[in-house]
Design a protein around this ligand. Structure first.
Ligand code: SF4
Ligand code: SF4
Length: 505
């Protein structure tokens, strides 16, 4: 490969005066096609620290999200004596999910489906308004990697210092720093796994059990798995997860449009890039000179190693750190901020045409996403607010659909499951409608007069009862008659119903 210097001509569409922008670059002759490797070797990234608005936002988001994740299992919520007091709890043995005042039963898993739909559409809406803000600020991979970077910079120094140390012969001090860094990373990863399991049991009790070695093996196993994944993904794989493993950048690229805000290098202002001194000379001769001084600060702070000046990039998680870095450079040069900024494609075009900026948040796609979110959220809130605290399910016996008794009457048998979602004992009465002359009997319970048999169900529990329904009508019923099982809560008078069938010959 030769070291020939060639000239790259970069055409900038819709940019009068910039149409043939000439950028000098050192490039080698391309290798023959069959020698081009299919896989680009990984380039180690040493992101430099920066300060500014977006860095502050990221610190705040990091503190809030990690604070919630690590501390939420310890938040208490009083649900009375018959329910756990942990605000957020996934109670697998009890088959319940508790979220503050909401308690979900296994048969209400559709709320989680609704939540997933809301999350997906919420992500689409975020993307339509402000690009990959999820990736840049909220994604767990971003948050933990940012934390790991902070630890790394604290122990091994900022970009330059760290690079020099790595390039020099490693001394005992270098090894010691690396050792401390990996130890701290492992501690964070371990606590991340530890916090995860606390969502599945009473947190203070589980902490004691974990500390004294009395917790279940599965708890230790999950802590081990999550320690490994956090340490590997946030400590070692970092930007590789965003570049190669995560599908969202590809999906996001297909969902964006020219009105979405994205981190944008305003090439119309920045090009042709040149040093501050040269720019002064060029401007003195009325020649074009951009504001970009090619200092590479925007590239050095980038956690994924992207040069945003090359345009939209799949590797850009839109964290805004290059905006801060460039603004700091502009301040030092006495130039206006915003050479890199959140901007839209349409505004870049309009600015070049001399038109004012135009922001259009309400468009058909944002309206559609917002409508879907409002409908799905509204339905979920309504059904949650109005859901019954009791329930009934009926299963007809299958091995024998009916029995003919010696006096000619027909009998069908059912298994009834009664659900009591209240946190207190409740008494229910079961009634059956739909047959002209019938009798309901409860297997294993003392027989009482029709409509007086009380069925007691414990707090937050279900109870299964076997029931036979006998039809004494002289006229034989049709092969299948619809019957209505009515469950009446004695205390509240609330009624829940379930239809099934009474079968005959
Ligand atoms: S290019 Fe800028 S916004 Fe994109 S990931 Fe890098 S620093 Fe963040
Ligand atoms: S930080 Fe700003 S001035 Fe420096 S290279 Fe990046 S865009 Fe150009």
């Amino acid at each position: 490969m030769s070291d020939a210097t060639t000239t790259l001509e970069r055409a900038v569409p819709d940019a009068p005066g910039l149409a043939a922008l000439v950028v000098e670059a050192e490039v080698g002759e391309p290798p023959p096609e069959d020698e081009i490797p299919l896989y680009a070797p990984r380039r180690k990234i040493y992101p430099q620290s920066t300060h500014g608005t977006f860095r502050r936002i990221k610190w705040a988001v990091l503190l809030v999200t990690l604070g919630i994740y690590y501390l939420l299992p310890f938040v208490r919520w009083d649900r009375g004596p018959n329910a756990p007091s942990q605000a957020v709890l996934i109670d697998l043995p009890g088959r319940r999910f508790y979220f503050f005042f909401i308690e979900l039963w296994p048969q209400e898993v559709y709320y989680l489906t609704g939540l997933l739909i809301l999350s997906a559409i919420g992500l689409f809406l975020m993307n339509a308004i402000a690009g990959r803000i999820w990736c840049g600020y909220l994604c767990p991979q971003t948050v933990w990697t940012d934390l790991f970077f902070a630890v790394e910079r604290f122990i091994e120094g900022d970009r330059r210092e760290h690079m020099l140390r790595d390039a020099r012969k490693w001394t005992a001090q270098t090894w010691a720093r690396k050792g401390v860094k990996h130890f701290v990373w492992l501690m964070i990863a371990w606590w991340t796994g530890g916090a995860w399991v606390l969502y599945f049991a009473d947190a203070p009790t589980l902490v004691k059990e974990l500390a004294t070695g009395q917790a279940a093996f599965i708890a230790y196993a999950w802590i081990g798995i999550l320690t490994f994944t956090t340490y590997t993904l946030a400590g070692h794989m970092r930007e590789q997860v965003c570049l190669y493993m995560c599908p969202w950048p590809r999906i996001q690229a297909a969902l964006t449009d020219e009105y979405a805000l994205n981190v944008t290098y305003r090439y119309d202002r920045g090009e042709p890039r040149c040093s501050a001194k040269k720019a002064e000379q060029l401007r003195a001769h009325d020649e074009p000179a951009g504001d970009c001084v090619d200092c590479l600060q925007c590239v050095h702070v980038c956690p994924t190693g992207v040069d945003i000046r090359g345009g939209a990039n799949l590797g850009c998680i839109q964290c805004g750190l290059c905006i801060d870095a460039c603004d700091n450079v502009m301040v030092k040069l006495g130039r206006a901020n915003g050479l890199i900024a959140y901007d839209t494609d349409i505004n870049v075009k309009r600015r070049i045409e001399g038109k004012p900026a135009y922001f259009k948040i309400v468009r058909w796609r944002t309206a559609l996403y917002a409508t879907v979110i409002a409908i799905a959220g509204g339905v979920m809130i309504y059904t949650l607010a109005t859901r019954a605290s009791e329930g009934i399910s009926v299963i007809h016996d299958r091995n024998q659909m009916y029995v003919r008794l010696s006096d000619g009457a027909l009998r069908n048998a059912y298994t009834i499951r009664i659900v009591n979602k209240q946190l207190k004992h409740s008494n229910f009465i079961l009634d059956v409608d739909g047959l002209p002359s019938s009798q309901v009997e409860f297997v294993g319970l003392p027989q009482r007069a029709a409509g007086t048999q009380l069925i007691d169900v414990g707090p937050d529990q279900t109870r299964e009862v076997r029931v036979t329904v006998t039809d004494f009508s002289v006229i034989a019923p049709p092969p299948s008659t619809t019957v209505l099982f009515k469950l009446i809560d004695v205390d509240t008078g609330r009624v829940v119903e379930m239809r099934d069938h009474f079968f005959g010959p």
